[in-house]
Structures are given as C-alpha cells and as structure tokens.
Design a protein around this ligand. Structure first.
Ligand code: ADP
Ligand code: MG
Length: 451
C-alpha cells in the first residue's frame, strides 16, 4: 500500500535544519562567548556552566539581540535557543527595577519549566534576579502569592499569563523584553488569540525588544512577527543537514468490534519506539489501555483526570523510553513534547479536523520521520471528509490487511490504570507471545473472523 508522504501542517513550511535534541550532537561554531560584549560576571558564569563555543543559532542571534534589534529566528529544538535568548535577556536586564521586565512565552508547561531552569542557571551571575514560572495546571492562589513582589522575568504559557493580567496580579506595562519560544507550536496549540491579546496589553513594539523563535516559519508565524514586532531581523540556522518534516499517513476502515484487534495487530507488527494512541473520551482511554495491558503491552493513560504529578511521571517514563505507549485524549496530550515519537495512532478519528493536525504533529518532530495511522470506524468516520478538506488532500485509505486481524485477543486487564506501577516490558512487541489461548471478552469486541 503506497503511503502518503505529506507535510503535517496545512501551512506552507520552509525546509529547516535539524539537530538532535540532546547536547552530545549539538553542532558548534568556532565562536566563543567571550567574543561578545557581555559583562564579566555573565561571561564567567557561562564558562562555569561549561559553555565555551556558541551553537549556530546563538552565534547568529546573540549579536542582533545585543544590538537591541528585534529578532525572528528559525531554529530547531535542541539547538541551544534557551541560552541564546537567556543570555540576551540577562544582558539587557541591567536595571534592577522592582518590576516585570521580561516575558518568555512557551507552548507547554514542560517547556516553560526547562526554560526557567536554564535561565536560573544563567542568572546565577546576577544576584537577586527573580524568575517566576506561571503555567496552567498549578494552583493559581500560590502564584498570586509569589507575584506580590514582581518577578523580573516571567516564563509561562499564554493562557495562565493572560489570566494573571486579567486578575491584575501581573503587570506588563513596563515590559521591555519579550520572547516567543517555539512560536509555531504555540499557534498549533491554539494560543493565537491569547497571544494577540497579550500583545495588545504590552508596550508598543518600538518600546520593547522582541524575539521570536520557531522551528518552522509558516505564514501565520511571520504575520504575527511583522504585526507585533519592530522590523525584526530574520536568521535561520543552516547546518547543511536539511531534513523535511515527514509523516506517512494511513487510514484503515474498520467496524467498531474490529478496533481493538486491529490496534493490537498494529502494535504487534510495527517497529515502535514511542507511540501515542489518541482516543476521544477518557472512558475509551481506560478501556484501550486495559486491553493493551491484558495483551502484554506496557501502556499508560494520559487523560484530563490524571493528576499533574502522575502526569509528569508518565511523561518522564515516556521520554526516557521506559514507557513505549501512551493512550491520550486531545486535551491531555497538549503538554507532550517528545521528539522521538515514531507512531501516532488515532484509535478514534477526532471530531474536530484541527485536532487531526495537532495529533499527527506529535510524531516526526525535530526532523525525524513518523507514521500516523487512523482507524475510521462506524462511530467517527464521518469526520474523515472534514479532515481531508482541512488538510487539503485525500488520505490513503483501505481495509486493514488480514494479518492485523489474525491474532486472538486476551481480555482487558481489570486493574485500573495506575501511572506508578512498575514498567512491565520495555519492548512494546514483547508481549505478543502466549496470545491465542482464549478470547474472553464479550461479543461487542469480538474479533472479526479474517477469513
Ligand atoms: P532548544 O531550546 O533550542 O531546544 P536548549 O536551549 O534546550 O535547546 O539546548 C539544548 C542543549 O544544549 C541543552 O542541554 C543545553 O544545556 C545545551 N547547550 C546550549 N548551548 C550550548 C553551548 N553553547 N555549549 C554547550 N552546550 C550547550
Ligand atoms: Mg527550547
């Protein structure tokens, strides 16, 4: 079956360069930080952290920031953006005024936490710099308390920052530094309205220094930059290793009772490193996860019901490769920012076409390739025409090949899903042996006879 190779976004994308998200493969220039006109304290601290040479995006963007010019930078995840804008921010943050001077907007809580951590490391050079993280999912009351003394730098997600502005707990009238980190992802996640609103509450573009970083520069990102920034200078990293963002997409037409057998058939037959299975309801998430565990797969549920602490532990295990499969609802998947997701499976097609794009965008990140497989079932296949018209092409569809339906399915594991139980198997495919003894579940999920 010929798979459809496409770009994951309906927007035109520029090809972009890639880096591994891990520092060992970070590419470096021959330029030292010490060649920059930075304070001795900041330079000493950069050296103490262990940074000597600049990465390409640092070498290209820092001189522009230090000159006080707005910046539009195209840079892939893992290219050292945080230190690029972080050093820029700390250099400009000389006046120790008791007010919020810098705002860093991030698409997810996980990224905001990472950025805060790196900024705090860099800020050790400048005593008494107050850096505060403001994200949804944390109790807002505690955030009010920490805002009583205004932080110099606020890092957070657009929705929560907007809430603080509305409540009056955060003032950004004297803001003179702004960073939009991973702008394309923020727009993907639907933050565009919040961001536009935030822009309107800030000082005029020529009264602040604005930096926008994005892995891709679709039209809506550059539009945002030109509307709300002051003649930004554009830079892009070029390592010569240009990789297109490729996703292969496939749809299987299935009846409702075939969904579990086909899913298990897929997981048994695919080379999975990390897989996110999307479902439309929490109830189905639990059911699917139960079947996966009952059939020997190591999976966990990420739904809106999962508490922040457990959610973080599930995401950590997923990132570290201890947990190969997550069953997620759309809302719960928003914070997932993991580069090596090899497969996205839409167990349920989303009812909203835009969610399809968000979901499949979880794979093939950071220049890797990935695969998105959707089950078009009796209940949700009505979304398919809308999805195809939204993405602008027809998806490759077929009935599932018989081998996906060949195996017998064991009953679901009874135990409720619990993120803290020890990982059972690291290899998602290792649980297949021993199947075929019985099919103990009711008629509704009875497998189709492939013959
Ligand atoms: P991005 O924000 O582009 O995804 P990060 O800022 O998280 O990338 O940086 C990726 C990794 O590279 C981090 O571990 C960071 O500590 C490391 N790093 C960044 N700049 C340098 C540098 N100049 N020298 C060595 N390591 C660096
Ligand atoms: Mg980053």
């Amino acid at each position: 079956m010929g798979l459809n190779t496409v770009f994951p976004s309906a927007q035109p994308l520029l090809p972009y360069t890639t880096h591994s998200s891990n520092s060992p493969e970070l590419s470096m220039t021959q330029m030292n930080f010490s060649s920059l006109p930075l304070s001795a304290e900041l330079l000493e601290n950069i050296a103490a952290i262990g940074y000597e040479k600049m990465t390409p995006i640092q070498a290209q963007s820092l001189p522009i920031i230090l000159q006080g010019r707005d910046l539009l930078a195209q840079a892939q995840t893992g290219s050292g953006k945080t230190a690029a804008f972080g050093i820029g921010l700390l250099h400009k943050l000389i006046a120790r005024a008791n007010q919020t001077q810098a705002l860093v907007l991030c698409p997810t809580r996980e990224l905001a936490d990472q950025v805060s951590k790196e900024l705090r490391r860099l800020a050790r050079a400048i005593p008494n710099t107050r850096i505060l993280t403001l994200c949804g999912g944390s109790p807002i009351k505690a955030q009010y308390a920490s805002l009583e003394q205004p932080p110099h730098i606020v890092v957070g997600t657009p929705g929560r920052i907007l809430k603080h502005l509305e409540k009056g707990s955060l003032q950004i009238l004297n803001l003179n530094l702004l960073v939009l980190d991973e702008a394309d992802r923020m727009l993907d996640l639907g933050f565009i309205k919040d961001i536009r609103f935030l822009f309107r509450r800030m000082p005029h573009p020529d009264k602040r220094l604005s930096m926008l970083y994005s892995a891709t520069l679709p039209l809506r990102v550059t539009e945002l930059a030109y509307e709300h920034m002051n003649n930004p200078q554009q830079v892009a990293v070029d390592t010569g290793k240009v990789t297109a963002h490729r996703i292969t997409e496939q749809v299987y037409y299935v009846s409702n009772p075939e969904k579990i057998p086909v899913l298990i058939g897929l997981l048994s037959n695919l080379e999975i490193t990390r897989c996110i299975i999307f479902v439309n309801t929490k109830h189905v998430a639990e059911k699917v996860c139960g079947y996966l565990r009952g059939n020997g797969f190591n999976a966990d549920v990420l739904s809106g019901d999962v508490q922040q602490k457990k959610r973080q532990s599930i995401l950590n295990r997923f990132t570290q490769g201890e947990l190969p499969i997550i069953v997620a609802t759309d809302v719960a998947a928003r914070g997932i920012h993991v580069d090596e997701v090899s497969h996205v499976i839409n167990y349920d097609l989303p009812e909203d076409a835009e969610d399809y794009v968000h979901r499949i965008g979880r794979t093939a990140r950071a220049g890797a390739s990935g695969s998105a497989i959707s089950l078009a079932c009796e209940t949700y296949s009505f979304s398919l025409p809308e999805i195809e018209s939204y993405i602008g092409y027809k998806l490759n569809g077929s009935t599932p090949p018989p081998e996906l339906l060949a195996a017998e399915i064991k009953p679901p594991e009874k135990r409720p899903t619990d993120g803290t139980r020890p990982a059972r198997r690291n290899n998602p495919r290792s649980g297949n042996k021993g199947r075929g003894r019985h099919s103990g579940h009711g008629d509704r999920n009875k497998q189709r006879n492939p013959g």
